[in-house]
Ligand binder design. Structure first.
Ligand code: PBG
Length: 327
């Protein structure tokens, strides 16, 4: 059959119209989930130093940020809370008047069309900075489950449309599903941080969320970056426990994992383009070393091409603008 010179693959690259006709992957603002940090107070907009363009926002400013994102075509946000105070059991995580619960009620009223996803974890709320209850030098898996379940139910009660457990405790999805069902929230989906790696790329987030472990690390519960088969077992476990959407996190250094999860399972797959991935690109762009719009859209397209249906990204607003051809 045809080979060069009859066969010329460049024919399909000749014009923008042809290229767009044969484009295999299309990124749209509705693929993007925009993570946001909410703090107590009024008129607070605290820049997050390693994440240029990201802020800890008080509720009043958060509402305008979400409205702006919605106007750009972003359909959902992921909320992280900065509590007023921390303790060893992360009390504000499941307090009905906690920062996330207040935020959910206010956003539901002001911008009801936006899908509100909440991160369900204890690390922002504990004084030791671990994702669960600490006993000695270990995070106690089973003792943590009840608190995660309580947190998820309080989010659903306050208006969360989706809850996203990220603590990497075994059994957390089942515990949350049961608690949601028992409290009448049978329709609330769970987006499980299923394959979440112990990654250096969360560094900037921990500045943003003030959630660094005060001692030790997360290697006892988050995954070893060397493993992909284990990722499939994590995803399988979460699906068995009732996850509706499964997530791979981080995204860029784990594109192979995204592809394998996509091939093995039929659930929607989300990928988290994490803080460190954002910081790297922003830093290079700030130095003039990368063309920021092109590099950003290339990265997000690659994550989608790898198999992600949904992408959690701090670039969401910029990307939505650039997708429309705006500056
Ligand atoms: C909470 C949580 C983390 C991230 C999302 N949820 C931090 C961590 O596990 O240390 C990281 C997000 C990012 O880096 O953008 N457990």
């Amino acid at each position: 059959m045809a080979t060069f010179p009859q066969l010329r693959l460049r024919r399909l690259r000749a014009t923008e119209a042809i290229r767009s006709m044969v484009s295999e992957t299309r990124l749209s603002p509705s693929d993007l989930i925009y993570p946001l940090f909410v703090c107590h107070g009024r008129d607070v907009r605290t820049p997050i130093e390693p994440m240029p363009g990201c802020y800890q926002l008080s509720l009043d400013l958060l509402l305008s940020e979400i409205t702006e994102a919605a106007d750009l075509g972003i359909r959902s946000v992921l909320l992280f809370g900065i509590p007023a105070s921390k303790d060893d059991v992360g009390s504000e995580a499941y307090d009905t008047s906690g920062i996330i619960q207040e935020a959910l009620r206010a956003i539901k009223q002001a911008v009801p069309q936006v899908c509100l996803i909440t991160d369900v974890c204890l690390c922002e709320y504990t004084d030791h900075g671990h994702c669960g209850i600490v006993q000695g030098d270990r995070v106690d898996n089973d003792a943590t489950l009840e608190l995660l379940a309580r947190t998820a139910v309080s989010h659903a009660e306050a208006g969360a449309d989706v809850v996203a457990p990220s603590a990497m405790m075994d059994g957390q999805v089942a515990a949350i599903r049961t608690a949601l069902d028992n409290s009448g929230h049978t329709e609330t989906p769970i987006m499980a941080y299923a394959a979440k790696y112990a990654s250096a790329f969360y560094g900037p987030f921990r500045v943003a969320a003030e959630s660094s472990p005060q001692s030790g690390d997360r290697l006892g519960y988050q995954m070893d970056p060397a493993n992909w088969r284990m990722a499939l077992r994590e995803v399988e476990q979460d699906i068995r426990e009732g996850a509706d959407i499964v997530m791979v996190k981080p995204a860029l250094a784990y594109l192979d994992v995204i592809t394998r999860v996509r091939e093995r399972f039929d659930h929607p797959v989300a990928a988290y383009n994490v803080s460190g991935e954002y910081s790297m690109l922003k830093a290079a762009a700030a130095n003039g070393w990368l063309d920021e719009p092109r590099a950003t859209l290339e990265v997000l397209t690659a994550i989608k091409r790898a198999g992600a249906d949904l992408i959690l990204t701090y670039h969401a607003k910029d990307a939505a603008r650039w997708l429309k051809g705006e500056q």
